[in-house]
Design a protein around this ligand. Structure first.
Ligand code: SAH
Length: 264
């Protein structure tokens, strides 16, 4: 693939190297320079990169250093790939990079990736939006060193009783549980935790709000975990077979199919 002299911000996916997009992989394998967060991006993704590619690990680098390197490479006519874990738009800290690039007049393009939230849902075998149960998904985090905006306190978000997916929150679980109780959730509310979704050491923990902290501790999960709190992750839904959508209901007419009258 012929790349331009610019920065490609690429979603690497959640871990499994097969979960990068086809376009992301093509760009990666054609890049002159690759910058990636070695703490989270699977190094196996580098298997088929150009032999001449410069590979730089960004974990120990400051923002300015990263942007300086990007600028230098692009000015030499090189293509630069900045690999981000999951999808770059979610907690990717890409705005600050884009802003520097924009102000320096350097072109960039974003290529999306599979977010860990979706890899986690897949691993746990759940649908996050179940008809009649919940039709809304909130992607958020617990308040830690990064303060939450006043109108996005977990308790307020939890008060919608929809699916809530928590990034970056594994060490703040006691606080999470407390806020959900304050928002009126029951002790036996279903929760699924996925540790390192799509990696070989992935763990899936089906639990409840009341047992969440204990079960995470017992499994040694203190980081790289997705916590999904939702009626939709209840394992008994599979057995029950309720909550079918209108889309495939034979009595429901839509653009692609005329419904039949029920009872006939
Ligand atoms: N942009 C990433 C999120 C980066 S923030 C994405 O779209 O997935 C880092 C947080 O993402 C972690 O604290 C954890 O909550 C979650 N995360 C990243 N990779 C994960 C994985 N493989 N399994 C479960 N959670 C993961």
């Amino acid at each position: 693939m012929k790349l331009e002299a610019k920065v490609y911000i690429v979603g690497a996916g959640p871990g499994d190297p097969d979960l990068i997009t086809v376009k992301g992989l093509k760009v990666l394998n054609s890049a002159d320079t690759i910058i990636y967060a070695d703490s989270l991006v699977n190094p196996d993704l580098m298997t088929d990169v150009k032999q001449t590619a410069t590979i730089v690990k960004s974990a120990g680098m400051a923002l300015e250093e990263i942007v300086d390197l990007m600028e230098q490479e692009v000015k030499e006519g090189k293509s630069v790939v900045r690999l981000h874990t999951g999808d770059p738009a979610i907690y990717g800290a890409i705005l600050e990079q884009m802003s520097h690039l924009y102000r320096r007049g350097i072109q960039y393009e974003i290529i999306p990736g599979v977010s860990s939230v979706f890899a986690s849902a897949a691993a746990a075998g759940v649908e996050l939006t179940v008809p009649d149960l919940t039709q809304t998904v909130i992607l958020t985090r617990a308040e830690g060193r990064t303060a939450m905006p006043e109108r996005e306190k977990l308790k307020d978000l939890a008060s919608h009783h929809c699916t809530v997916c928590l990034f970056l929150s594994a060490t703040l679980i006691k606080k999470v549980v407390k806020e959900f109780y304050e928002a009126g959730w029951e002790e036996n509310a279903p929760v699924v935790v996925v540790y390192r979704a799509s990696w070989p050491d992935q763990k899936i923990i089906h639990t409840t709000l009341a047992k969440l902290h204990e079960d995470m501790r017992a499994n040694g999960v203190t980081k790289q975990a997705m916590v999904i709190i939702s009626k939709a992750v209840d394992q008994k839904l599979l057995k029950e077979g309720k909550y079918e959508s209108k889309l495939y209901d034979k009595t429901f007419t839509h653009g692609y199919r005329k419904g039949v009258t029920s009872g006939k």
